[in-house]
Ligand binder design. Structure first.
Ligand code: FAD
Length: 587
């Protein structure tokens, strides 16, 4: 099969492309430079951050600042800052490697992400040359730390409902209002604050600690990530110089949402790093604890959990690197020297907004399931704060809430498909003919490859039917829309896993057999999720005979033959138990 080049790929196109026809960058393809950065980040985390876990979680702000300064000295804070401003300007694939490592301490990861990501990137993309020169070298070295202030007490998901105002008074902006839940607020020096100019035009400003009228509240008492600082901000006739406007008046939404799209990919990578740690200590514990005269990991139901945890990591890595590589390839072609570089780079990111939301929703829910499995494997000890699963269970809960809640991201995934279908960018075929044998699904992974094709057809047929009935109003039926989003998400996850396993098989990778088992085990369960969502979606928009007829049409698309799950999962568990960790490592 001819494989397209990455410049031919556009957002959502995976749904229509035959499996394997789109290029897929995998962790196995990482450059030596990316691996070296990953190693440096791992050494930093193992040497400095993980040993300080307890102190960090007691919210030792001075320690966190020191750690960030050390990270800055190692170049780990300037990864996305252009070289002209003393940054490393790493490609996005390398950034993902780094974020995976940093994800191994949840509070530090949130602090780090808020500083290097949502705090710093608005200035990278929208700052004037003067603003960049003033802030970026200091933010890149960790001498100054950043935060991003969008949310307010009355406006979270509905961010554009913000009430904070900005009025130009001579050569100063005067800001009034308050912000809520601001990560790093307890120590940040530079805050990107969103406010409405004249109460209407949503805009972004750079506010500095110490600006008159600017104060932060007390630390919030949170369920988890207790080592990250979260406070409210108050802007009471806060006066800042006129040149602290970021971007243009009335274009703040572009900054707020463009930056969040980038953050969603990153959150997926951070979740993967955490999941690896959880898997590792769960393997150890279930090997050491005995019940009924056997180690826990000798029992089939514990092995099934270890296998699921492994499979999720395998699929997550496949998903994270696939899309980011399309973005990276295009972004590399846009030099920061070009006058419209920021605009073009953000357009590339926007193109893959659906995949960014998929990575966020899937990654956060996969990690949540993994943390839950860990608690269960530890039994009563999993419920005790003396053992590690209790903390990760609490710490990772936030991932489903920030960077856009998973409900909002599901609506973005579905809404993007509906718009692309209506504009003709993605024409959804209502093709219920069985997948032709000529499609050549033979050999290893044949059943899983076929499942992906069937799932794509199920999704296209049912989403097209629902759009025929409801038109763009379909988005107003949120349950139906979430079913479309969940189908797209599972299809993408299955395909990324299966294609990665195929590539590893073709390249004779030493862990190819494990990779195939992971892909097959994932598809074994995931295919049924797509099928169920497809049927329930039809039931949302049809009834009576038309529903019966449409459900009957799906019959030709039910030809997936499952495998014995206990065999697949048993083999996966055996391998990770022997290795004592997730085995497919790159550096
Ligand atoms: C620890 C922490 C750190 C944070 N850090 C930052 C930060 O650094 N900067 C910042 O600006 N913000 C930050 N936030 C805020 C975070 O982004 C918001 O909490 C989040 O966007 C949700 O907003 P909300 O809390 O107001 O919930 P709401 O918007 O009130 O949502 C409540 C529930 O309703 C659902 N809901 C809302 N609207 C819809 C809809 N249209 N359709 C269906 N369901 C809907 C949501 O999905 C959610 O389940 C942080 C929050 C926390 C807890």
């Amino acid at each position: 099969m001819e494989v397209l080049t990455s410049d031919k790929i556009f957002g959502g196109s995976f749904l229509l492309a035959p499996i394997g026809s789109q290029p897929q960058f995998t962790p196995e393809d990482l450059s030596d430079e990316a691996k070296a950065i990953g190693e440096a980040a791992r050494d930093f985390m193992l040497g400095e951050v993980i040993p300080a876990d307890e102190a960090i979680d007691k919210l030792d702000i001075e320690l966190t600042k020191e750690l960030l300064l050390k990270a800055g000295e190692l170049g780990l804070l300037s990864i996305e800052i252009p070289e002209a401003y003393e940054g490393m300007d790493l490609d996005k694939k390398t950034t993902m490697v780094l974020l995976e490592e940093v994800g191994k301490q949840a509070s530090f990861s949130v602090t780090y992400g808020a500083h290097t990501g949502i705090g710093t990137l608005p200035i990278v993309y929208f700052g004037t040359p003067e603003q960049k020169a003033k802030y970026l070298p200091l933010l890149g070295s960790g001498q100054k730390l950043a935060a991003y202030a969008l949310t307010e007490a009355g406006s979270g998901s509905d961010a554009m409902g913000a009430k904070t105002t900005a009025v130009l008074d001579g050569d100063q902006w005067v800001l009034n209002g308050s912000k809520m839940w601001i990560t790093n607020a307890g120590f940040a020096d530079v805050f990107v604050v969103f406010a409405k100019v004249d109460g209407r035009k949503f805009s972004a400003f750079i506010v500095e600690k110490g600006d008159p009228g600017f104060t932060t509240g007390l630390e919030e008492h949170k369920l988890g990530i207790k080592g990250s600082s979260t406070r409210a901000l108050s802007l009471d006739n806060c006066r800042i110089p006129k040149d602290r406007l970021l971007g243009e008046v009335g274009r703040g939404h572009r900054i707020a949402f463009g930056i969040l799209t980038i953050g969603r990919f990153k959150l997926g990578a951070g979740c993967t790093g955490t999941a690896k740690v959880v898997l590792e200590y769960t393997i150890k514990y279930t090997g050491e604890r005995h019940q009924f005269g056997k180690p826990l990991n000798a029992f089939g139901l514990i092995q099934a959990k270890l296998a699921d945890m492994t499979t999720r990591v395998f699929v997550a890595e496949a998903m994270n690197f696939r899309t980011i590589s399309y973005i990276d390839d295009r972004m590399q072609a846009v030099s920061w020297d070009q006058p419209d570089a920021a605009k073009r780079k953000l357009e590339i990111m926007d193109e893959f907004a659906m995949e960014a939301s998929i990575a966020k929703v899937w990654g956060s829910e996969a990690l949540f399931a993994t943390a839950d499995d860990a608690v269960q494997c530890f039994g009563g000890y999993g419920f005790s704060s003396e053992y590690p699963p209790e903390k990760i269970y609490r710490d990772n809960r936030i991932n489903r809430i920030f960077e856009g809640t998973n409900e909002i991201n599901r609506l973005i995934i579905a809404g993007t498909l509906f718009k692309k279908a209506s504009s003709g960018a993605l024409v959804l075929p209502k093709d219920t003919a069985a997948v032709p044998e000529a499609a050549g699904f033979t050999g290893p992974l044949a059943a899983s490859r076929l499942a992906v094709e069937l799932a794509k057809r199920l999704c296209c047929y049912t989403a097209a039917t629902a759009l025929d009935v409801c038109g763009q109003k379909l988005i107003e039926n949120q349950e139906a829309s979430a079913r479309v989003a969940d189908m797209l998400t599972e299809i993408y996850a299955m395909e990324c896993g299966v294609v990665r396993a195929s590539l590893m098989t073709a390249n004779g990778h030493r862990w190819a057999a494990l990779a195939r088992d992971c892909a097959d085990a994932y598809v074994n369960e995931s295919w049924y999720k797509v099928q169920t969502n497809a049927r329930l979606l039809l039931a949302e928009v049809l009834e009576g005979q038309p529903l019966d007829a449409a459900l009957a049409d799906l019959g030709a698309l039910s030809g997936f033959v499952p495998q014995a799950s206990s065999k697949l999962r048993g083999r996966i568990a055996q391998q990770v138990i022997e290795k004592g960790a997730y085995p497919i490592i790159q550096y």
